[in-house]
Design a protein around this ligand. Structure first.
Ligand SMILES: [Zn+2]
Length: 89
């Protein structure tokens, strides 16, 4: 998911969901960790659901991604290294 795609889809979300989606955004760039990539995939699905105005599904997918991220937390540093550079490009 490209940054502009993320922003367009996130803009459709209700404020509370948008804040939560933003918190998980680094996982969209996760590489080298299958679990982080799955979290990013779920976030991507949540945003896709939002573009189809499926906010209940978006919320469920987001909650699933959050649960996954919480369980995975502490396994290694969050996928943020180099992110600013990548997203600024
Ligand atoms: Zn990971």
């Amino acid at each position: 998911m490209r940054p502009d795609e993320f922003l367009r889809a996130a803009h459709l979300l209700p404020h509370e969901l948008r804040v939560r989606a933003n918190a998980l955004r680094p996982y969209l760039r996760a590489q080298g960790c299958a679990e982080c990539e799955r979290i990013g995939d779920q976030l991507s699905l949540a945003l896709t659901a939002a573009t189809y105005d499926e906010m209940v599904a978006a919320g469920q997918l987001l909650a699933a991604a959050e649960r996954r991220a919480a369980a995975h937390d502490g396994s290694h540093d969050p996928p943020t290294a180099g992110l600013g550079r990548l997203w600024a490009a």
